[in-house]
Design a protein around this ligand. Structure first.
Ligand code: CA
Ligand code: CA
Length: 173
């Protein structure tokens, strides 16, 4: 992978976290993602699923800050993301999965309209679009998560795939 390709992939992953596009990742980005997901699925912040999503978003932010906010200003800049988050998460994907798990579990629950512990492929596609993925990428990614082809995506599948996406920066990623 040449350096331009590497830069492009880093930029995509940074942009996925920088939900408001102001050039750094902070708590507001995680709260914005939670709010958008709840609005998309007509879920209130006060219900159990809404509270779990905000709690998960806060835990995700705290974990991200702990790994990447080197100067402690409560903002993760692109430089901090590249130097801290990307490198450390690549070295330890399990750690990233643990940080992201409560948020991903809650996001799947919000998208799980049948309350059976998994979300439909179509619902996960909506989640990914709400979080900023293009229509094409959201569709491909959602279908790829349904490894057994039953049309449903469980929390554990989402956690694994998310960790891989953000930690493995390889030529074919
Ligand atoms: Ca931001
Ligand atoms: Ca910082």
């Amino acid at each position: 992978m040449d350096s331009a390709e590497y830069e492009r992939k880093i930029a995509h992953r940074f942009a996925a976290f920088d939900q408001d596009g102001n050039g750094y990742i902070d708590r507001a980005d995680f709260n914005a993602a939670a709010a958008r997901l709840l609005a998309e699925f007509g879920t209130t912040a006060r219900c159990d699923k809404g509270q779990a999503l905000y709690t998960g978003a806060e835990a995700f932010w705290q974990g991200m800050a702990g790994i990447a906010d080197v100067d402690g200003d409560q903002r993760v800049t692109r430089e901090e993301f590249v130097g801290g988050a990307v490198k450390r998460l690549r070295d330890n994907p399990e750690r990233f999965a643990e940080i992201a798990r409560p948020f991903l579990r809650a996001a799947i629950a919000v998208a799980d309209r049948e309350n059976d512990g998994a979300a439909s492929v179509a619902a996960v596609e909506r989640v990914l679009r709400v979080l900023g993925a293009s229509e094409e990428i959201a569709g491909v990614a959602a279908r790829s998560l349904d490894t057994d082809g039953d049309g449903r995506i469980a929390e554990s599948d989402a956690v694994t795939a998310f960790a891989v996406y953000f930690t493995v920066i390889a030529p074919d990623a």
